[in-house]
Design a protein around this ligand. Structure first.
Ligand SMILES: Nc1ccn([C@@H]2O[C@H](COP(=O)(O)OP(=O)(O)OP(=O)(O)O)[C@@H](O)[C@H]2O)c(=O)n1
Ligand SMILES: [Ca+2]
Length: 457
């Protein structure tokens, strides 16, 4: 006779109910956990007041992940119309006014409720360094003017200052390596090269002994120590080197009585422009010309000859003297270049002025790398010309902000074994399994003897 086990039905229903409830709970948790969250962002603004122009960068990062590497992105960039702020030395109030359009754009781009907590920094580079050398009062006036303009906005103003060449190099290096997420991985770092209008920077990790303390900078980032070599060559940006090179050519022709005609191999053969002496001699980078010559002009004619152009450009690097065991040029210590490099380069829409100077720029870049910094054909393979990394510009501004907001901790934060969602799901599955096994065990060991058995006894 077949006897039904009274335990079976309700128990099976109970176990099925528990498993069913478990599955439902898991699905609900998974859905809630993975629902797209309304991400809250924080913002920061950095103005790069370069020698040739000013750019306003807006950065954003998830509010709750401030100290995670690679979290800050460039949200928006605005190029200020006109020249760099140092060009307003004669009319300083215009320096502040020039920022208005881009700062109004920043106000629109950043949500209102974040305005008051959004820091704004302005860092001025080589153009202002040169103006400060030439006329400290004028550079002070220009800085006051941009300060006044920035303070009129609802953001949290954090200062406008001239940053040092060492800072410019180091923060450029931090930007490139932060965006490439090199600080937390074992992949190593890349060196950073930046060619501006008035200065150029080279920065890389060096294993060797750095013979000049002013070129050495140490960082501890995410638990790793970095020993950097950095140098910024004031006057070796593209615009100033062009002045240097023209000055050298003009000086050799100054004793001529006729109009000076400069035949320049670095410009294309159709190029023929009358230029003022003032446009060349208006900079502390070039030797002063006699006051009586200031009003003079010269014809700048292109002849387009790469070899001759390189010969002329080589003359701006002084390699005849070195106090150290080795130098790049102009008596500046530099260890041999090491590792991979990223060179920040502009390549947006081309203005006519830029186009005319491209032969010169291209030849200068190659000559600077090979003759100046000592790159060889082997190093070329390891050099990339970059403008953006993951939609963020590879300049010094991001590194500057990360440093001032303490967003790169010295020590790597301890990370949990697995993400929170994974941990909760795993615990749930394991709890369910234990529960089911407990029930099964209970059934197995506490099973009452079956009634059919009793009858036989
Ligand atoms: N499309 C472009 C944009 C810029 N330039 C030139 O490239 C040089 C460097 O520009 P940039 O990096 O913007 O220089 P700044 O930041 O203004 O100068 P610095 O960093 O020295 O202060 C300048 O001579 C500029 O005239 C160019 O040839 N083509
Ligand atoms: Ca620059």
């Amino acid at each position: 006779m077949k006897v039904k086990n009274p335990w079976h039905r309700p128990l099976i229903i109970f176990i099925a109910a528990v498993i069913g409830a478990g599955i439902i709970i898991m699905v609900v948790i998974a859905v809630v956990q993975n629902k797209p969250l309304y991400q809250k962002y924080k913002y920061g603004i950095v103005l790069d007041a370069g020698s040739s122009h000013t750019s306003v960068y807006i950065y954003e990062w998830p509010a709750e992940k401030e100290n995670n590497t690679g979290m800050v992105n460039q949200k928006h960039a605005c190029n200020v119309k006109g020249k760099g702020i140092s060009s307003y030395s004669g009319t300083p109030q215009k320096a502040g006014e020039s920022l208005k359009e881009c700062m109004d754009e920043a106000k629109k781009t950043i949500p209102n409720y974040r305005h008051h907590e959004t820091p704004v920094y302005l860092g001025a580079t080589a153009g202002m360094r040169l103006l400060e050398m030439e006329n400290k009062i004028a550079s002070g006036e220009v800085l006051k003017s941009v300060e006044k303009s920035l303070q009129a906005y609802p953001f949290s103003y954090q200062g406008a200052r001239i940053i040092s060449g060492q800072e410019e190099g180091a923060f450029g290096w931090i930007t490139v390596n932060y965006l490439s997420e090199n600080f937390r991985t074992a992949s190593g770092t890349v060196g950073a090269l930046d060619l501006g209008g008035a200065s150029t920077q080279i920065t890389f990790v060096s294993e060797g002994i750095l013979e000049s303390p002013e070129n050495s900078i140490d960082f501890r980032l995410y638990g790793n120590d970095y020993h950097l070599y950095t140098h910024s060559f004031l006057c070796y940006g593209k615009d100033q080197v062009l002045k240097l090179s023209l000055e050298k050519q003009i000086q050799s022709k100054l004793n001529m009585t006729d109009n000076i005609i400069l035949e320049d191999p670095c410009f294309h053969p159709d190029y023929n422009v009358i230029k003022s002496f003032q446009s060349v001699f208006d900079s502390p980078c070039v030797k002063k010309v006699d006051q009586s010559q200031k009003e003079n002009t010269f014809s700048h004619k292109g002849t387009g000859n790469w070899n001759k152009c390189q010969e002329a450009i080589k003359k701006v690097f002084n390699t005849s003297y070195c106090r150290f065991s080795r130098c790049s040029f102009n008596d500046v210590f530099q260890p041999p270049v090491e590792g991979q490099f990223g060179l920040k380069q502009n390549h947006p829409e081309v203005k006519e002025k830029y186009l005319a100077e491209y032969c010169f720029s291209g030849t200068y870049i190659i000559t600077l790398l090979e003759e100046g910094y000592g790159f060889t054909s082997k190093d070329w393979k390891n050099t990339k010309f970059i403008k953006n990394i993951r939609d963020s510009e590879a300049g010094w501004t991001l590194g500057y902000m990360l440093n001032l907001t303490n967003m790169i901790p010295a020590e790597a934060p301890d990370t949990p074994l697995m993400p929170y969602g994974g941990y909760v799901s795993l615990m749930l599955v394991l709890s369910l399994l234990i529960f089911v096994f407990l029930i099964l065990g209970f059934i197995f060991f506490r099973r009452p003897s079956c009634p059919a058995h009793k009858e036989i006894i």
